[in-house]
Design a protein around this ligand. Structure first.
Ligand code: BGC
Ligand code: ZN
Length: 367
């Protein structure tokens, strides 16, 4: 069967590769699930892996099959699988356990080992192929009524985790009633985080560069949040208008903006960083000012990566509620389909060149 792979360490090595179709018996104990892949989403991580900024092949292999945002249909299950059945729509989590205590309790996303295993990213093959086999533990059912949002399940799990972690951490306050939140960036994570925060009842301001109206501002408006173009409104003007935010989630992929956000967080607030970049940018930061504000304001900076099955389930519930509250808004994120694995070059071109491509995904197979 066909798969889209890279040669880790070699820039721009994305290619089509013939690989073996996996079989159920590759998972012990009758717990395997064979998934026929329907769609796979790609994002900046795939672009940066193809740029050889990070990403490693599984031990013994020279290639890495990419793609970590999966959507498919169950084709066969092992005899002890209870969670899903043939014909169910499913997605799969990304990170696989290492050996730390966090991995042993199913929170692989919190591993305390330096080395981590992520399908399609690091040391494990991904989903940009025709079939994959996985242990039932890592397969998450997607409700039939959400199948039109297919590849959003994985990015949504990251948004769900980021917000959940913020609330968990803020239990330090005993009472925390956040009112104003800023979301930095209106890419897929920014928009999905906007939804999660709206569903928690916050007043949400989503900041992005482009001037409204544009597709991103339309989606933000559709979610009953407020879109702010940073070209039109400065940080200071926005803070004057809204008061300092209780919560800021950075999803820009710009480390400069992630640090800049530190100057604007409210007292007792939390800033969550979700974006990463494999780059090596440097910029000047007003360290005295931030140091003083953060100590005198009891502020918290939190990094959040990946998501475990619990966050996938939370995210899927929020997508379902989001569809009821704001019908047909979330589907607008799915802007750029590419037909067939063999069109991988077009997929990468969209990721690299098309700044308006909010979400690129591959239609791998029809139902
Ligand atoms: C993925 C996460 C992953 C992170 C770091 C993101 O693009 O969505 O699942 O943990 O990259 O590799
Ligand atoms: Zn991703």
């Amino acid at each position: 069967m066909k798969a889209v792979a890279v040669t880790p360490g070699t820039p721009n090595s994305v290619h089509l590769k013939e690989i073996e179709k996996p079989t159920l018996d590759q998972v012990a104990g009758g717990l395997g699930v064979l998934v026929r892949v329907l769609k796979v989403g790609v994002d900046a991580t795939d672009r940066e892996i193809n740029d050889a900024l990070y990403g490693n092949a599984p031990e013994g292999d020279g290639h890495l099959v990419i793609g970590h945002e999966s959507f498919g249909v169950v084709e066969a299950v092992g005899e002890h699988v209870k969670r899903v059945k043939v014909g169910d729509y499913v997605t799969a989590t990304v990170r696989r356990p290492g050996g730390s205590i966090y991995d042993l309790i199913g929170t692989n996303d919190m591993t305390s080992e330096e080395e981590y295993y992520e399908r399609g990213i690091n040391l494990r093959h991904g989903y940009l192929t025709e079939y994959f086999v996985e242990e039932a533990e890592y397969i998450v059912r997607v409700p039939m009524g959400l199948k039109h949002l297919h590849v959003l399940m994985e990015p949504m799990s990251c948004a769900a985790k980021a917000v959940h972690q913020a609330y968990e951490a803020q239990q330090r306050m005993k009472v925390w009633r956040p009112q104003v939140a800023y979301v930095l960036g209106a890419g897929q994570i920014g928009l999905l985080t906007t939804l999660v925060l709206k569903l928690r009842g916050l007043e949400v301001y989503t900041l992005a560069r482009g001037e409204a109206p544009n597709l991103k501002s339309e989606i933000v408006k559709g979610l009953e949040a407020t879109y702010i173009s940073t070209r039109e409104t400065s940080w200071d003007d926005l803070v004057k208008q809204t008061g300092k935010p209780d919560l800021i989630v950075d999803a820009t992929g710009s480390s400069r903006l992630a640090f800049e956000a530190m100057e604007h967080l409210g007292l007792n607030g939390v800033l969550v960083w979700t974006g990463i970049t494999g780059g090596d940018n440097k910029s000047e930061v007003p360290t005295d000012k931030i140091n003083l504000q953060w100590v005198l304001g009891n502020k918290l900076l939190l990094g959040s990566v990946n998501a475990n099955r619990h966050h996938f389930e939370m995210g899927i519930k929020d997508l379902a509620l989001g569809e009821m509250m704001y019908p047909e808004v979330l589907g607008k994120i799915l802007t750029n389909p590419v037909d067939g694995l063999e069109n991988y070059a077009e997929m990468m071109r969209l990721l690299v060149e098309d700044k308006d491509a909010l979400k690129v995904f591959v239609n791998v197979a029809d139902e």
